[in-house]
Design a protein around this ligand. Structure first.
Ligand code: MTE
Ligand code: MO
Length: 206
């Protein structure tokens, strides 16, 4: 029996439905850390801000304090990394993307969002995925009821669990509404433009 089959059998033994695992994934209870480049260190959040711009009527900039005054929600759900680990029942707290679309007055011309993080990291997501129906799309500041660890995105990361986890940009500073799709950092480096784990859209051409 191979590793992936053993991993699925273990889930069954633990009473967890193995169909929660997308194709080619295995579960872990650890929380691996993955990113390009270094982890930003913030001595204070006094100079931190969050900017919303692009195809909107009223671009805006929020301080950390202003950001934290917005209504937040908590969700518990599974996450799936393109490097094949999945983690079940992770709990996050943050402000829904829809809040910012409303505050800034997103134009009908917007089709996608581009997330901009520290050190130039970017990630692209279709707007319907970020706003539609029962989809979860948060700007998250807590994991497991505690503020984010520096290596997991402190103070703020995007959280979009229905796509591979590379779309969930850590250390996010700007939300841009754009017209037409553009590749972000990993998408320019060979990852799929969309990244649906259930379709195994890992790389270009998948
Ligand atoms: N700013 C930034 N965010 C990023 C990345 C990155 O390189 N830079 N990598 C992504 C990738 S590839 C993954 S799998 C997840 C990993 O999140 P974690 O380290 O909290 O597990 O972060 C995503 N967010
Ligand atoms: Mo990743």
């Amino acid at each position: 029996m191979g590793f992936f089959e053993r991993n699925r059998n273990e889930l069954v033994k633990r009473g967890i439905d193995p169909s929660r695992l997308p194709p080619g994934q295995y579960t872990t209870d650890r929380f691996p850390v993955l990113h390009a480049g270094s982890v930003p260190i913030y001595k204070t959040l006094d100079n931190w801000d969050f900017e919303v711009f692009g195809e909107v009527n009223s671009p805006l900039t929020l301080s950390w304090h202003q950001f934290r005054e917005l209504d937040a929600v908590e969700v518990t759900t599974d996450i799936h990394c393109v490097t094949k680990w999945s983690k079940f029942d992770t709990t996050w707290r943050g402000v829904p993307l829809a809040t910012f679309a409303e505050m800034a007055g997103v134009n009908e011309s917007a089709t996608h969002i581009m997330l901009h993080s520290e050190f130039g990291f970017t990630a692209n997501v279709p707007l319907v995925d970020a706003m539609g129906g029962d989809r979860i799309a948060l700007f998250a500041f807590e994991y497991d009821s505690k503020e984010l660890e520096p290596e997991h995105g402190y103070p703020l990361r995007f959280f979009l669990p229905h796509l591979y986890f590379w779309k969930s940009a850590k250390w996010v500073r700007k939300l841009e509404f754009i017209r037409g799709d553009q590749p972000g950092f990993w998408e320019r480096n060979g990852y799929h433009m969309y990244g649906d784990p259930w379709q195994e859209q890992r790389y270009w051409g998948d």
